[in-house]
Design a protein around this ligand. Structure first.
Ligand code: NAD
Length: 492
């Protein structure tokens, strides 16, 4: 079924809607049907520059960075209310452009980011320690030195996000950036621009001053402009580590602050005393939530050798009950991948796993009876050594690997034997032992006995190692969009 949407899908620059300069339009496909659902203008470099200039003027001369936090909070709260009012529309757009099943579209994709905005506006912004007095210091030979520490908005921020959780990822950046008093240019991924373009409507309805939020489309060229333009002070990027490396290099020329939220190959350690029901549920979720297109999903299951065969069999049996298909059907548990290119990448990696000698326990192909849509069967590999490509490379598809261990030491070593460090998990009845292991996993978020990353916006989220730099969410996330200034004065 093709869905069309009536909200404006034009670029949003300086508080106005525009088709931009290029005259080129990009078709947005529903990944479940391969049918077009919208055509959006492709932003030209000139449009991106105008958006950056609008953000610069709004920052340098506009009211937003200078407003009292309570005034900013009131506008952000109005924005949250507007999002709440139009939540059903957001959910529908998300299901159509990202291929989310409904529960995911209503929770992580839209409900949680809107609740995050409300929480930030109501609880954090009004009480945050924006200015801090400093005790006087007796400076020998000088006298009493006095001063103040201020936290000021960082400036113009380029926010570049990935395709898998389009609204969620854009909001993870937008909420703290706006709360801090920054002005922004937001660029969503080219396959999923609609939810970010819709945010322009929420800004208008809330009375956000023009130029504070700008939304452009585009891909590499737009991304290059955003990360090299001297008027931009900060880049916050979510995407692959390959592009993240380019962004880091591109931003170096003008010494921008860079926040990078990149990929993962996160491990879940299942100890011999684990609740196997929970561990099986966790492993199946790690493979099938959003068809495996989640950066922090636990896709490497590292299991005590005594449980290996039983766990593999139970995951296999569980996956047999996962209904794959049209995400708009309430009976569906797992939808499609975003595009043909993404499906090709996942299928090639599956073949690599076979060539390297791992064993496909279940899946490996395309689900029967689905002629349209970018579907891949949930696929489980056993007989995996952690050095294999399939244990080291992010699939971003519904594929999991199981690796046995014999001691906790070995489990931690395998978990940490990865270029990434985004998330991790431990399953054990001995919560003290699980906690000890959690402290040793080199990753930004570790869960114990379930309750994975990505649902609590009051805790920080981000990567160790090549999973990125900086943190999003909560007060840690807000801090990234502030810089510290000292103002000192003479006591004489
Ligand atoms: P991607 O790296 O292909 O693209 C991300 C964004 O970068 C897009 O908006 C794209 O247009 C833009 N871009 C491309 N080239 C650019 C350039 N040279 N300069 C600036 N911008 C450029 O990622 P994707 O396929 O959209 O998303 C999947 C990846 O994102 C996965 O690796 C996943 O793990 C990661 N991800 C990470 C997190 C996190 O929070 N750590 C969350 C979601 C997704």
């Amino acid at each position: 079924m093709t869905t069309t949407f009536s909200f404006s899908q034009q670029l949003y620059i300086d508080g106005r809607r525009t088709d931009g300069e290029s005259g080129t339009r990009v078709t947005v496909l529903n990944p479940a049907t391969e049918e077009p659902i919208a055509e959006v203008p492709q932003a030209a470099t000139g449009d991106v520059r105008r958006a950056i200039a609008a953000a610069r003027t709004a920052f340098d001369d506009g009211p937003w960075p200078r407003m009292a936090p309570r005034e900013r909070a009131a506008i952000l709260l109005r924005m949250a209310e507007e999002m709440e009012r139009r939540l059903p529309e957001l959910v529908a757009v998300n299901m159509a452009e990202a291929g989310s099943v409904r529960w995911l579209a209503e929770s992580i994709q839209t409900g949680i980011p809107v609740a995050h905005l409300r929480d930030m506006a109501e609880r954090v912004v009004p009480t945050f320690a924006w200015d801090r007095p400093v005790d006087p210091f007796v400076a020998p030979g000088i006298g009493i030195a006095q001063g103040q520490m201020r936290r000021e908005a960082f400036g113009v921020c380029a926010l570049i996000s990935a395709y898998n959780f389009p609204f969620f990822l854009s909001m993870m950046k937008l909420v703290p950036a706006l709360a801090a008093g920054c002005t922004v240019v937001l660029k969503p991924a080219p396959t999923t621009p609609l939810e970010s373009l819709l945010i322009g409507d929420f800004a208008d309805a809330a009375g956000l001053p023009p130029g504070v939020l700008n939304v452009v489309t585009g891909d590499v060229e737009a991304g290059r402009e955003l990360t090299t333009n001297p008027m931009v002070d900060l880049v916050s990027f979510t995407g692959s580590d390959a592009v993240g490396r380019m962004v880091y290099a591109q931003a170096a020329g003008t010494m921008k602050k860079v926040i990078l939220e990149l990929g993962g190959k996160s491990a879940s350690i299942v100890r011999a005393d684990a609740d196997l029901d929970g561990a099986v549920r966790g492993a199946i979720g790690g493979m099938t939530v959003h068809a495996g297109q989640g950066c922090s999903l636990l896709t490497r299951t590292i299991v005590h050798e005594s449980l290996h065969d039983e766990l593999v069999e139970r995951i296999r049996a569980g996956l047999a009950g996962v209904t794959v298909g049209d995400p708009s059907d309430p009976a569906t548990a797992m939808g499609p991948l975003i595009s043909e290119a993404q499906r090709d990448k996942v299928e090639k990696l599956i073949r690599t796993g076979e060539v390297e000698g791992a064993r496909i326990v279940t899946g490996g192909g395309r689900p029967a009876g689905l002629d349209k849509g970018y579907y891949v069967e949930p696929t489980l590999f056993a007989g995996v050594d952690n050095s294999m490509t399939i244990a080291q490379t992010e699939f971003f598809g519904p594929v999991g690997v199981v690796i046995p261990f014999s001691t906790d030491e070995e489990a931690v070593r395998i978990a940490n034997d990865s270029p990434y460090g985004l998330a991790g998990g431990v399953w054990s009845a001995d919560t003290a032992a699980a906690y000890e292991i959690a402290t040793r996993i080199r990753a930004g978020s570790v869960s114990i006995n379930g309750g994975g990353a990505g649902v609590n916006p009051r805790v920080a989220f981000g990567g160790y190692k090549q999973s990125g730099l900086g943190r999003e969410w909560g007060e840690f996330g807000l801090d990234e969009y502030l810089q510290t200034k000292s103002i000192t004065w003479s006591a004489r």
